[in-house]
Design a protein around this ligand. Structure first.
Ligand code: CMP
Length: 831
C-alpha cells in the first residue's frame, strides 16, 4: 500500500526540481535532460552508497512510488508521442517524406541490426536479445540538436528533417521493439519474414487507425462550438484512447496509432480549430509533455545507480561496443544513404558539418529509458536479459547525455556551424530593418495621436534608426549585394507578409477553413521559392499556386473514369474560393510594396516587386474569370458570402463597443450576439455545382430547338454530359471516332495543321470523322471550362435518322468545314 499524501508530495517535489532545473540549464547552456539525469542519479547513488541517510529516505520514497514500467508506458508514452505529433508541421514533413521515411525506418533497422550483430559474439545472450537492445536504443531524442540548430540558425529544412526523422524513428523503433519482444516472450523461432510481416502490420495498421482516430476527433470538435477547454480535453482523451485501442483492440502498434493521430490533428486541426484555441492547445500540450518527459527522466535515473550497482568490466566493454556500433550505424546512414537520395533529387544535399553534428547529437532520452525499464520488469524474460538490456541501455543514455550532450555546443562551434554566412547575415539584417522601420512608424503614429513631443520621438526611434543605418553600412561593406539578391530578400518579405495576412484573415473568419490550408501552402511555396531561387523561385511558386494540384487531378480522374462528380465539384469550389481570396491578398500586397518595401529597398526594387505582383494579379484574375464566365451564379454567391461575413464581423464589433460604453445592457448585448452567431452558423457555404443536368444543357443548343417534346425526350436519353477543364485535349487528330460533342457552355479550339478555329456555345464538333468514316481531322482542345453533351457513335446514327432537320444542318456544317479544310490544303500546295 502506498500513502497518497506521500506520493503526491514526492511528485510535487519532483516538479519543484524540474522547474528549477530549467533556468539553471539555460544559464549553463546545457540540455535540461542532462541536469535532470545528474540530479536523479545523485539521489539514487546517495541512497545506495549511504543507506539510512536522508537521501536514502528520499530515494526509497521515489523507488517505492507505484510507478512500474507499465505505468510509464501507459501513462507517459501516449502523452509524449501525441505531443510530438501534434506540434510537427506535417505538410512540411510530407514535402520531405521520402528522405524522412527512408531515414527513419531504414535507420532504425540499420541501427538495430548493427548493434545486434556487434554485441552478439561478445554478450553471451541470443541474437534476438541483442536486437531487442538495439531497438531500445534506436530511438533518438532530437530536442537538444534542434534547440541548438535553432540557436545557430540552421536551415529550417534541415531542422525539419531531423525533427521528422526522430519522430518516425521513435515510432519505428517502438514497433520493432514490440515485435522482437513478442518473439522472445512467445519463444518462437525468430524469423526475418515473420518479423517483417508483423512489423509492417503493426506500423501500417497503426497508421491507418491513427488517421481514423484523428479524423474522428476533428469531426467531434466541430460540434463543440469553439470551446477551447472542451477541445483540449478531447485531445487528451484521444491520446489515451488511440493508444489503448491500437494496443488492445486492434493489435497494432499503439505508439504509431497515437503518433499518426497526433499528426493528423496537427495537419488538419490548424485549419479547423481557431488560431486562438490552437495556440492554447499547443501550449497545453507543451506543458503536459514537459511534465511527462521530466518525470520519466528523473524516475528512471533514480533507478539507474541500482541497475549499475552490479556492473562489471564485461558490461563496460559491451557498453563501449554498443556506443561504437550505434554511432557507426548513424554515420553510415548519414554518409552512405543520404547522398544517393540527394543525387536522385529527393532531398537537398546536407553539408558534412551538419551531418557530423546530427550524428554526434543523437542523444538517447526518456523513451529509451522507458523501454529499458519495460524490459527489466518483464517477468517473461530471463533475468540475465533484464540485466543485459537495462544496464547497457542506461549506459548508453548516460553516455550520450553526459558526453555528447555536454559537448554538443562546443562541437557545433568547432564545426563552424554557429557562424552565419555573409548572405544570411544580410538577410537577417534586412528583415530586422523592416521590422524596426515598422516600430518607428508606430511610435510616430502614437506620438501624433497623443501630441507627444518631437524630442521624445527622436529619443525613442533614434536607436532603431541608428541600427538600421549601421547595419546598412556594415552589409554594404561586407557583401556588395547585387540587385538580384536585394530583390530576392524583398520577395521573401512579401511572401512572409502574405502568410501573415492569411493567418489574420483566418483568425477573423473571413476565409473558409478549406481555403486556408491551400492558401498557407501557397504562401509557404512562395517563401521557399524566394529563399532558394529568388525571383525565379518566387515566380515558380506563384505558378504552382495557380496550377491544378494533385487533389484536383485525382478528383478529375475519379470523375472521368467513374463518373463521380462530387469530388471534382468540391475541388472546383475550393479553387474558386482560393483564387478569389488570392486576388484580395495580392491587392493588399501591392499596397504593402509601396508602404514598406519602398522605404527599405528603394524605388527600383519596389517597382520590380510591384511588377511581379501585378503579373501575378493578372494571372490570378484570368483564372478567376475563366471560372466566373462559366459559373457566374456561384461567383456571385461567394462574393455575397464574403461581404456578409465582413458585415457580421463589423456588426459584432459595433455591439461590443455599444456594450462597453454602457449604451446597451448585457442581456441585449448577449441577445444580439447570439442572433449574429446563429445567422452565421445557419449560413451554409455555397456548394459548387458543376451544372451537368442534361435537360438544362439541351436547352442551350439551338440545333435542337426545333424538336418537339417527344423527340427531345428521346434525344435526352442519348446524350451524356461531360465537363472539361481549360487546356484539356478532348479529341486527338488521327484517333478513331466514337462520338460527337455539342458545346452547351464554354469554348474549344480546333487545331488544324495550318490554322486554329474557335467554336463556342451551341457549336458541335467531332462529326466529320463519323460522317466520313475517317480518323479525326484535328485536335480539339478546351479553351475554358466546358460543359459538353456527348453523343456516342451508334446513338449519333440513330439521332440523324430520327431528326431530319438536325441531320440537314449537321451535314451542311460538316460539308462547309470539309470545303474549308480542302481549300486550306489547296492554298498550301499552291504556295
Ligand atoms: P473530326 O474530324 O471528327 O474531329 C476533329 C473535328 O474538328 C472535326 O471532326 C470537326 O468537328 C472539327 N473541325 C475540323 N475542321 C474544322 C473547321 N474547318 N472548322 C470548324 N471545325 C472543324
Amino acid at each position: 500500500m502506498f500513502n497518497v499524501a506521500l506520493v503526491l508530495a514526492a511528485v510535487a517535489l519532483l516538479l519543484v526540481v524540474v522547474g528549477g532545473i530549467q533556468p539553471l540549464a539555460a544559464r549553463l547552456r546545457l540540455p535540461p535532460p542532462v541536469l535532470l539525469a545528474i540530479f536523479g542519479i545523485a539521489i539514487g547513488a546517495a541512497s545506495s552508497l549511504a543507506p539510512q541517510s536522508a537521501f536514502d529516505g528520499a530515494a526509497r520514497l521515489y523507488q517505492g512510488l507505484p510507478i512500474t514500467s507499465e505505468t510509464i508506458i501507459y501513462v507517459f508514452l501516449p502523452l509524449l508521442v501525441f505531443e510530438a505529433g501534434i506540434v510537427s508541421d506535417v505538410r512540411r514533413i510530407l514535402e520531405d517524406a521520402a528522405p524522412i521515411l527512408l531515414l527513419a525506418i531504414v535507420a532504425t533497422l540499420v541501427t538495430t541490426a548493427a548493434i545486434g550483430f556487434a554485441l552478439w559474439p561478445l554478450a553471451g545472450v541470443p541474437l534476438v536479445d541483442c536486437l531487442l537492445l538495439g531497438s531500445v536504443v534506436a530511438t533518438t531524442d532530437p530536442a537538444a540538436v534542434i534547440a541548438i540548430f535553432r540557436d545557430v540558425g540552421a536551415p529550417a529544412r534541415l531542422t525539419r528533417l531531423v525533427e521528422g526523422e526522430a519522430l518516425l524513428n521513435d515510432a519505428a523503433a517502438i514497433a520493432l521493439f514490440v515485435v522482437l519482444l513478442g518473439m522472445i516472450v512467445s519463444g518462437r523461432e525468430p524469423s526475418v519474414a515473420a518479423g517483417t510481416r508483423e512489423f509492417a502490420v503493426a506500423f501500417l495498421g497503426g497508421a491507418a487507425l491513427g488517421v481514423a482516430a484523428g479524423r474522428a476527433l476533428l469531426y467531434a470538435v466541430s460540434w463543440l462550438g469553439g470551446d477551447r477547454l472542451a477541445e483540449a480535453s478531447l485531445t487528451v482523451a484521444l491520446a489515451y484512447l488511440a493508444f489503448i485501442a491500437g494496443e488492445r483492440l486492434f493489435h497494432v502498434s499503439g505508439v504509431v496509432t497515437v503518433l499518426v493521430a497526433g499528426l493528423t490533428v496537427g495537419a488538419v486541426g490548424r485549419a479547423r480549430i481557431t488560431p486562438y484555441n490552437w495556440a492554447f492547445l499547443v501550449d497545453l500540450w507543451e506543458q503536459i509533455a514537459f511534465w511527462a518527459r521530466s518525470l520519466v527522466f528523473v524516475l528512471a535515473s533514480i533507478l539507474v545507480p541500482r541497475l549499475l550497482l552490479n556492473l562489471d568490466w564485461h558490461d563496460i566493454v559491451l557498453t563501449g561496443v554498443l556506443i561504437g556500433a550505434a554511432l557507426a550505424a548513424r554515420l553510415f546512414v548519414l554518409f552512405g544513404l543520404l547522398p544517393p537520395l540527394s543525387y536522385f533529387g529527393l532531398t537537398q544535399p546536407i553539408g558534412t558539418a551538419y551531418k557530423l553534428a546530427i550524428a554526434w547529437g543523437g542523444l538517447r532520452g526518456a523513451l529509451t529509458l522507458a523501454l529499458a525499464l519495460a524490459v527489466s520488469e518483464n517477468p517473461a524474460l530471463d533475468p540475465s536479459v533484464h540485466h543485459f538490456v537495462a544496464v547497457l541501455a542506461t549506459g548508453m543514455v548516460l553516455f550520450t547525455l553526459l558526453v555528447s550532450g555536454t559537448t554538443l555546443r562546443p562541437v557545433i562551434r568547432l564545426l563552424g556551424l554557429d557562424r552565419l554566412s555573409p548572405r544570411d547575415r544580410v538577410l537577417r539584417d534586412q528583415v530586422l530593418a523592416l521590422a524596426y522601420q515598422e516600430v518607428c512608424e508606430a511610435v510616430r503614429e502614437t506620438a501624433t495621436q497623443y501630441a507627444l513631443s518631437k524630442e521624445a520621438v527622436a529619443e525613442t526611434v533614434g536607436p532603431y534608426e541608428a541600427w538600421i543605418e549601421s547595419a546598412g553600412v556594415r552589409d554594404e561593406a561586407e557583401v556588395a549585394l547585387t540587385g538580384r539578391a536585394r530583390l530576392a530578400i524583398a520577395l521573401l518579405a512579401l511572401a512572409n507578409q502574405e502568410r501573415a495576412l492569411v493567418l489574420e484573415a483566418w483568425s477573423q473568419r473571413t476565409v473558409p477553413a478549406s481555403a486556408v490550408q491551400v492558401l498557407l501552402r501557397n504562401a509557404d511555396a512562395l517563401i521557399e521559392g524566394a529563399r532558394a531561387g529568388g525571383r525565379l523561385g518566387y515566380r515558380r511558386g506563384a505558378k504552382v499556386a495557380l496550377s491544378f494540384r494533385f487533389g484536383f487531378r485525382a478528383a478529375y480522374v475519379l470523375y472521368k473514369r467513374f463518373g463521380m462528380a462530387r469530388f471534382l465539384a468540391d475541388r472546383l469550389g475550393e479553387r474558386f474560393e482560393v483564387l478569389l481570396f488570392t486576388r484580395l491578398l495580392i491587392t493588399e500586397l501591392i499596397g504593402f510594396t509601396g508602404r514598406r518595401l519602398h522605404p527599405t529597398f528603394g524605388a527600383e526594387i519596389a517597382e520590380l516587386a510591384r511588377k511581379i505582383l501585378s503579373s501575378r494579379l493578372a494571372a490570378t484574375t484570368a483564372a478567376v474569370e475563366a471560372l466566373r464566365n462559366q459559373y457566374p451564379d456561384h461567383a456571385a454567391a461567394l462574393e455575397t458570402q464574403f461581404l456578409r461575413q465582413s458585415a457580421s464581423r463589423r456588426e459584432m464589433g459595433r455591439y461590443q463597443a455599444l456594450f462597453e460604453e454602457g449604451l446597451i445592457a448585457r442581456e441585449i448585448y448577449d441577445d444580439l450576439r447570439r442572433s449574429v452567431d446563429e445567422a452565421r452558423q445557419s449560413e451554409h457555404r455555397p456548394r459548387f455545382d458543376l451544372g451537368l443536368d442534361t435537360t438544362r444543357l439541351i436547352g442551350r443548343l439551338d440545333l435542337l430547338s426545333g424538336l418537339d417534346k417527344a423527340q427531345l425526350a428521346r434525344v435526352q436519353r442519348l446524350l451524356r454530359p461531360r465537363f472539361t477543364v481549360p487546356d484539356e485535349v478532348i479529341l486527338r487528330q488521327g484517333e478513331r471516332a466514337d462520338a460527337v460533342y455539342f458545346i452547351a457552355s464554354g469554348a474549344v479550339e480546333v487545331r488544324l495543321s495550318r490554322q486554329r478555329i474557335q467554336l463556342g456555345t451551341g457549336d458541335f464538333f467531332g462529326e466529320m470523322a463519323l460522317l466520313t468514316r475517317q480518323p479525326r481531322q484535328a485536335d480539339v482542345v478546351a479553351l475554358t471550362y466546358c460543359r459538353l453533351l456527348e453523343l456516342g457513335k451508334s446513338d449519333f446514327e440513330k439521332f440523324m435518322a430520327e431528326n431530319p432537320d438536325a441531320r440537314a444542318e449537321i451535314n451542311r456544317v460538316a460539308q462547309a468545314r470539309l470545303e474549308m479544310n480542302r481549300r486550306g490544303v489547296a492554298i498550301v500546295t499552291d504556295a
